[in-house]
Design a protein around this ligand. Structure first.
Ligand SMILES: [Zn+2]
Length: 204
């Protein structure tokens, strides 16, 4: 027997989420019907969507733009750490190992899975580096030490090269555990990776 239409709609809504298959979606939907406290989810989703935006400068998720990091004059605006996801900003901030600013690409480049380079906020980064509002001296490419991260890193590096920007570019030090996302690294490892970063392009 099929589920009533409203329940089926909820199951399908859960299935849209990454990593959630039909069985898990059914389990979650039935749990929501059973447990009143799980219903806060609906309001939380609505509020998060309504009350957050993308920072016009760094593209990170924020409540007010520019975000708190971009509007903090104590942060070194001449250094920009480029990361794939807002969760990576969160991890680096929690570790307290970066005093510069960020740029969030909102994804990684994975041509094999059909991710299009145009969906990443690379254009916004180039614009930002081109504009003379704040002179950026160094871009640190802080991508995940995996295949997608490497593809993304090369994409950003190429974009900077072809834009002919006079900025130095570095990448995180070698020796990061392969395949481990930035958000899972211990504070010390993250700190070393940033401290011992390697130049891949000198300032021209
Ligand atoms: Zn920002």
């Amino acid at each position: 027997m099929a589920y009533p239409a409203p329940l089926e709609a909820l199951v399908e809504a859960f299935q849209v989420l990454p990593g959630i298959g039909r069985r898990t979606a059914e389990r979650l939907a039935l749990h929501v019907l059973r447990d009143p406290s799980a219903r806060a989810l609906g309001l939380a989703i609505e509020t998060a969507v309504k009350d957050t935006k993308r920072c016009t400068i760094c593209r990170n998720v924020c409540e007010q733009e520019p975000c708190v990091i971009c509007s903090d004059s104590k942060r070194d605006a001449r250094r920009v750490l480029v990361v794939e996801e807002p969760a990576h900003v969160e991890s680096v901030e929690r570790a307290g190992v970066w005093e510069g600013r960020y740029h969030v690409l909102l994804g990684s480049f994975n041509p094999a899975e059909g991710t299009d380079a145009r969906h990443l906020a690379v254009g916004g980064l180039i614009e930002r580096l081109r504009s003379n509002v704040v002179q950026v001296d160094e871009v640190v490419l802080g991508m995940d030490p995996d295949k997608e991260g490497e593809a993304t890193l090369l994409l950003v590096l190429e974009a900077i090269e072809s834009a002919g920007l006079g900025v130095s570019v570095s990448r995180l030090s070698r020796g990061l555990p392969a395949g481990s996302g930035i958000e899972y690294l211990h504070r010390g490892v993250l700190e070393d990776a940033i401290e011992d970063r390697r130049a891949v392009r000198r300032k021209s």
